[in-house]
Ligand binder design. Sequence first.
Ligand code: AQP
Length: 332
Amino acid sequence: MARVFSGIQPSGVPTLGNYLGAIRNWVALQAAHECVFCVVDLHAITVWQDPAALRQATREMAASVIACGIDPARHILFHQSAVPAHAQLAWIFNCVARLGWLNRMTQFKDKSGSDREAASAGLYVYPNLMAADILAYHATLVPVGDDQRQHIELANDIAQKFNHDYAADFFPQIQAAIPAISARVMSLRDGTKKMSKSDPSDQSRISLTDDADTIVQKIRKAKTDPAPLPATLAELEHRPEARNLVGIFAALTDTPAQSVLDRFAGQGFGQFKPVLAECVAEALAPIRAETRRLMADIPALDALLRQGAARAAAIATPILAEAEALVGLLPR
Ligand code: AQP
């Protein structure tokens, strides 16, 4: 049975993009796989986080993920900093990965913006830590959104180079599990930018904790164009905002985008947006309610995360020890 690993940053409240691009896929994989899910707080601090807000977001992320349908009793859910093997293996990978590889990472270019010199070194080596997250469990299947494809390729390069440099068939190759429908949800303010939980504009995203009124208002104000919805997908090609809203509706209703167009072609956004808003609000209402219920008992949530961390460490620590031995480090 392939072991699944996936992580999500507590860098804000999870968005509809995180849900449709990743978490929903995690939920589906639980039935036939052994899964390790991680709230990656060490990744989050690659950009400055308010400490109190980070603690809150870490718990809220764990609660949201459980509310979306992750079962922390059958699978493993924990926060990354509670299992030191992640950071320890990442250091070894910092020494395996080449600068040329990291220089090609588009996420670093996007996140460091115009002032690259001011970005943290952590942000630059973020993909090495991500490779360590996965390979510390010898996981082979990684459900991620389309935006993470390049990082998975880099993790495979690291695994291959480690195996080559230390003459061992030790780290496996990883496969990304990217959902076919709406793998990338875009910002409601700019259809060419992905929806992000840390975008400065709250209007750019639907958060999983938004109530129905907020969802209706955000979708009503979402940027669109004046033309009605077309009959074919080809006509959406140069209409990123329209394509995004159609994609969200398609993903939430589990139908191909063409079927959405078959239903709404010729109608304006004045007609489509309220239907979409109702669909989003209906999907998120139970998640919001369950997240609130879980957040009302922090000691229970913390205990759950600690149990998850102990089970995660039981897998990752021996794998780290073997990697350290291969490199030539003395046992602790
Ligand atoms: N807009 C998106 N559409 C589809 N999938 C997405 N993911 C994120 N945004 C979208 C997927 O969610 C998973 C967890 O992502 P993450 O929190 O680890 O980091 P991220 O990709 O950087 O997500 P955000 O929301 O954009 O966070 P910030 O704002 O902190 O940078 C990943 O599998 C990702 O593909």
